[in-house]
Every structure is written in structure tokens, then in C-alpha cells.
Design a protein around this ligand. Structure first.
Ligand code: F6P
Length: 379
């Protein structure tokens, strides 16, 4: 810890966005250091930023933080609300002024927002409105800029890997293609990591648009060597070359729009493209079945990837970043994400994190490793 000096700060904490293993470890990591080491008072807002807007909170004392390290989910609850666009009584409202008022009314010196990329944006909006905010990076997607890893990723990686292991034996026994859809939002970290660790034969990522013909070639190549089954790990954001082109064109339209209506229409168009793309794993399985003559099945891993007990790494990371967050708050260093870089907790300005997506770089060693062992990448 940076200092043993006691302060009497009163801090609010919340968890927002999709849940992930390690959230309670981070609440505990921050809380134990804040209360036990720095003598701060801690309150926990319920249900993410909605609880902040509605001023619903509970006192968090040492007793409340005890026994939660290994517990899944988040003891505070979560939501996917946006602070500047929240539906309240059927109306979309900017809740930032209400939140600022609540924070003042509650006598809070600072706010800790634990969450993913969306939460970083919320935190940045609140920081811009003058609040003392820090952000702790959580997400199974591992797509937060400037942090090597976010907590939740390691556990999800283990779950997805085990699922691929299990799918292997059934694919092999039935001589089938199994297409397994893996979460990750727009990034391929989870599919790539679990695909390599689980020995998937083909891994499809948003970062590498695929061609169905290339996947068919990989499957046929395997069949020609006597392997008449294949496991295809597809990231939920992966798409074929044509769809990727359409999405890139839609992004360009959003960028070029010179007024609010134009931008809204371009965004609507992109949303429609993304909606049409959902369930892509099923379409791909049908195409592969038709082209190879092998039966194909789909498994969507879905929310099992986010649930359950955090593994050792996520407990460790949540505790490390939580404790470092308390050091920053004690020093009055706000407006940052507490990133993990080379095993250290490093404060990175929120403005550099919010709105960024950490995709898998095409020269990442994991991609090279996959190619080295002959994994098809659909290109
Ligand atoms: O961000 C975590 C994540 O699980 C993504 O992988 C996935 O795209 C998304 O959340 C699902 O969101 P929701 O919980 O809103 O269905």
C-alpha cells in the first residue's frame, strides 16, 4: 500500500454491465483496503448505475465483505443502463445531473465503478460532470483498452475450454461438425484462447473475416487425413467477408454523417445488419453440412461462460486491482481505469480507455500459435 495514513473518506461502489466472475473479489479487494487500511466508509449502490440514479445503496462494512471472495455474480447486482440515456417511467432521460445531486447528498468523496467497456464510458461521463471516479476493468470479453487482462476472462476461458473438450468427444464419436459459439462481443479473445486451449480445429474471429469455402477446405483436408469430424469455435462477433464489408461501410456512413438525424439513421442501419447477423453459427453450420456432407450441430455456450465461481486468477486480479484502487482513492487520484499491465496495477486516464475496443491484433502470438498447430482461421 502507498501509505498507512488514515483518511475519513466516504466512497460509493457499484458493479455495472454484464456480470463476470471476480466482481465480488474486486468489491472485497477495494473494500477491505478502503475500510481496514484507510479507515474509509463504503456504501454499495444496487443494480449498477440505475441504483446510483435512484440513490439505492447499502452500507458495506467489514462483515458485509467477509466470505464473498469465492462467491459468483455480484452482491450489488448490475444493469446495462447508460447514465446519459436511461429509461425512467417510460422516458429516456439524462440522469447525470440527478446522479451528481445524489453523490453530493450522500456525502460521497468518490465513486468506484466496476465494469467493462460500457462502464468505462459511463465513468468517463460522470468524471466529465465533475465526480471523482475510478473504474476497475471487468469483462469476460477481455476487450478493455490498456489493460492486459480484465477479471472474469480467466474463468470464462476455463469454462469455454472445458466445453470444447467435451464437444470434441461427441463430435468425434458421431463424425460430426460441431460449431460452438463463444461470447466476446466484438472481440475474439475468448474464442481464440479457448479454441487454442481446447484444440478446436477451426477458430473464427471478428478480427479475421472468414470465407465459408476456406472453412470447407480445412474440414475436407482433415477428412482426407482420416479425421471425419471437426470442432469449429466461432466468436459471437465473427462474420464472413461480405458481412464484414457491409459493417465497415455502415461504420463509414456513421463517421460521415454530418447531422444528428443522419447519424441516427446510419446507426439504425448498422444495428439492423448486426441483428441479421445474430444466429450466424446456425447459418454457418447449415452451409458446412451442405458443402461437406457431414452432419453439423451447433452449441451456443451463452451465459454459462459468465456464471460460477471465479478461478484463482480472477480472484487474484480482482483483489489486486481493488486494493490498488483504494490506494488511488486515498491519494485523491481520480479519472482513471486501474489497468493491469505486466502484473502491476497501473492508472490509465479514463479518456484513453472509454470508447476504445481492444481487438486481437493480427500479429498476436496466440494467432501465430493457432496457425502453427494447423488450426484453420477461415481465411
Ligand atoms: O460483455 C459480456 C457479454 O457476455 C458479451 O460477451 C455478450 O455479447 C454480452 O455480454 C451479452 O449481453 P447481455 O448480458 O446483455 O445479454
Amino acid at each position: 500500500m502507498a501509505s498507512t495514513k488514515k483518511t475519513a473518506k466516504r466512497i460509493g461502489i457499484l458493479t455495472a454491465g454484464g456480470d463476470a466472475p471476480g466482481l465480488n473479489a474486486a468489491i472485497r479487494g477495494f473494500g477491505k483496503a478502503a475500510i481496514g487500511h484507510y479507515g474509509m466508509e463504503l456504501v454499495g449502490f444496487l443494480g449498477g448505475v440505475r441504483g446510483l440514479a435512484e440513490n439505492r445503496f447499502i452500507d458495506l462494512d467489514s462483515k458485509a465483505l467477509s466470505g464473498i471472495l469465492t462467491v459468483s455474480g455480484t452482491l450489488l447486482g448490475t444493469s446495462r443502463d447508460k447514465v446519459h440515456k436511461m429509461t425512467v417511467d417510460g422516458e429516456v432521460r439524462d440522469m447525470i445531473p440527478t446522479i451528481v445531486e445524489n453523490v453530493e447528498k450522500d456525502g460521497l468523496d468518490g465513486l468506484v465503478c466496476i465494469g467493462g467497456a460500457g462502464t468505462a464510458k459511463n465513468a468517463q461521463r460522470l468524471a466529465k460532470a465533475g465526480l471523482n471516479v475510478i473504474h476497475l476493468p471487468k469483462t469476460i470479453d477481455n476487450d478493455i483498452a490498456h489493460t492486459d487482462t480484465s477479471f472474469g476472462f480467466s474463468t470464462a476461458l476455463g469454462i469455454a475450454t472445458e466445453a470444447i473438450d467435451r464437444l470434441h468427444s461427441t463430435a468425434h464419436s458421431h463424425h460430426r461438425i460441431i460449431v460452438v459459439e463463444i461470447m466476446g462481443h466484438r472481440a475474439g479473445w475468448l474464442a481464440l484462447g479457448s479454441g487454442i486451449a481446447g484444440g478446436a480445429d477451426i477458430i473464427l474471429l471478428p478480427e479475421i473475416p472468414y470465407s465459408v469455402d476456406k472453412i470447407v477446405e480445412s474440414i475436407q483436408r482433415r477428412a482426407s487425413h482420416g479425421a471425419n469430424f471437426s470442432v469449429v469455435a466461432i466468436a459471437e462477433g465473427a462474420c464472413d467477408v461480405e458481412t464484414a464489408r457491409d459493417l465497415a461501410a455502415a461504420d463509414a456512413l456513421i463517421g460521415q454523417a454530418d447531422n444528428a438525424e443522419g447519424k441516427a439513421a446510419a446507426k439504425k442501419h448498422k444495428k439492423a445488419l448486426e441483428a441479421a447477423h445474430r444466429g450466424n453459427a446456425f447459418a454457418l453450420a447449415s452451409q458446412l453440412e451442405a458443402a461437406t456432407g457431414l452432419e453439423a450441430r451447433v452449441t451456443v455456450l451463452g451465459y454459462v461462460q459468465r456464471g460460477g465461481t471465479p478461478d484463482a486468477e480472477d480472484r487474484l486480479l480482482g483483489t489486486l486491482l481493488g486494493g490498488a484502487g483504494a490506494d488511488l482513492v486515498a491519494r485523491g487520484e481520480y479519472g482513471v481505469t486501474v489497468a493491469s499491465q505486466h502484473q502491476r496495477a497501473v492508472p490509465v486516464p479514463l479518456k484513453d480507455v472509454a470508447g476504445q475496443v481492444k481487438m486481437v491484433p493480427l500479429d498476436h502470438p496466440w494467432i501465430e500459435a493457432a496457425r502453427h498447430v494447423g488450426t484453420g482461421m477461415g481465411d
